[in-house]
Design a protein around this ligand. Structure first.
Ligand SMILES: Cc1cc2nc3c(=O)[nH]c(=O)nc-3n(C[C@H](O)[C@H](O)[C@H](O)COP(=O)(O)OP(=O)(O)OC[C@H]3O[C@@H](n4cnc5c(N)ncnc54)[C@H](O)[C@@H]3O)c2cc1C
Length: 195
């Protein structure tokens, strides 16, 4: 990962090193239509990182087709559930990508919901959905806020970059809470407390 003022560039190998995944984050003032597959211009992308580490230039010189996404941020929702309806995944907690957690949190939601509903009866489904929401909402809100804060670190939005660097070094504890979390035992306990 390369971090600059208002921009950052991320790359890592995938498919056992056969391919390199990359993302360049740059500011934009134009509104973009909501799409995961809008075409981008590799030359424009390359120009955004002119003068950066030559390895970025080398990587981008191999790119002949690219995509563009707009990043929009939202505050955590105050409720997810009404009656027999609830939300999960991005519908419940759209988040910036700076922790790589959108899909992970959606999968945790799915495990929690399935575990709780497995013990629910037709009559107590609304209570079961509320139990699911109670279990998930605060954790995911912390991840949403954490993704926003991490984006500010990666885009160097700090008067003192030493503070930013210290925060990145100290991030291991937060990462552990993200990666070591097992949602199933908690969901089983929540399901049992439904009676
Ligand atoms: C570029 C990029 C990189 C990402 N990288 C990561 C990463 O490294 N790690 C990570 O954890 N997450 C990552 N994410 C986020 C992750 O992809 C999302 O958080 C995840 O896909 C959300 O899953 P979801 O099922 O909630 O929503 P979606 O994947 O959006 O699925 C919703 C589905 O519902 C369908 N749909 C919509 N409306 C209707 C309708 N009316 N009727 C029927 N179907 C409908 C849509 O077509 C879609 O298939 C990334 C996202 C992007 C865009």
């Amino acid at each position: 990962m390369w971090l600059g003022k208002g921009k950052h560039f991320l790359s890592f190998p995938v498919r056992s090193g056969e391919l390199i995944n990359y993302v360049g984050f740059v500011p934009a003032d134009a509104e973009m239509k909501e799409s995961w597959s809008a075409p981008g211009d590799p030359d424009v992308l390359s120009r955004e990182f002119d003068g950066w580490d030559p390895r970025i230039g080398m990587l981008l010189s191999e790119v002949d087709k690219t995509f563009r996404w707009a990043l929009y941020d939202r505050e955590p929702l105050p409720i997810w559930t009404r009656g027999r309806l609830t939300l999960l995944g991005d519908a419940a907690h759209p988040m910036l990508p700076h922790l790589g957690q959108g899909a992970n949190q959606s999968i945790e939601d799915g495990m929690a919901l399935a575990t709780i509903l497995a013990r629910a009866t037709r009559a107590n489904v609304p209570a079961a959905l509320l139990a699911y929401e109670r279990l998930r909402r605060e954790r995911v809100a912390a991840v949403q806020r954490g993704a926003r804060e991490n984006g500010m670190r990666y885009d160097s939005s700090y008067a003192d970059l030493g503070v930013r660097d210290a925060e990145i070094s100290a991030h291991a504890a937060f990462r552990r809470r993200l990666y070591d979390h097992d949602v199933v035992p908690e969901a089983q306990a929540a399901a049992i407390s439904l009676g």
